[in-house]
Write a protein that binds this ligand. Structure first.
Ligand code: DGP
Length: 118
């Protein structure tokens, strides 16, 4: 069972931000920005590759609520979901990183250079 399912089941603690019947948001244990929160579905979904449009509709509404609660809607934030090995996904349970609280950088994303022809 993934770490995040254990958090959902209450077997591991988390610093909760918001919760409803289907989704949970909590602070990342290893924050990469002044505010770094993870939003997850409570059912087991391994990554964005497996999520349905119906679940994403609920997830979108939930993330909007989390962003409002964190007061990130005015100055902005970054929403990221890592998928698979190249995406850098470490926890195999769908999660959206919500990052904000200061101006975020947008470089050093890849180990190799971008293709110039694109
Ligand atoms: P990713 O690389 O996209 O799979 O990101 C996984 C994130 O999960 C990473 O930023 C650290 C965070 N994380 C891992 N284990 C725990 C945990 O037990 N509790 C919390 N709150 N965050 C965790």
């Amino acid at each position: 069972m993934s770490i995040f399912l254990k958090i959902v089941k209450g077997e591991l603690p988390c610093n909760k931000v918001l919760e409803n019947e289907d989704f949970l948001a909590f602070h990342d244990i290893n924050p990469k920005a002044p505010i770094h929160v993870l939003a997850i579905p409570k059912i087991e979904i391994k990554s964005f590759n497996e999520v349905t449009p119906e679940i994403m509709a609920g997830m979108t509404k939930f993330i909007h609520e989390v962003v409002a609660k964190l007061k990130l809607d005015e100055n902005g934030y970054r929403l990221i979901t890592n998928v698979g090995e190249d995406g850098g996904q470490e926890v195999l349970h769908l999660h959206f990183h919500i990052l904000g609280g200061s101006k975020l950088r947008w470089d050093h994303l890849a180990d190799s250079e971008p293709k110039k022809s694109i």
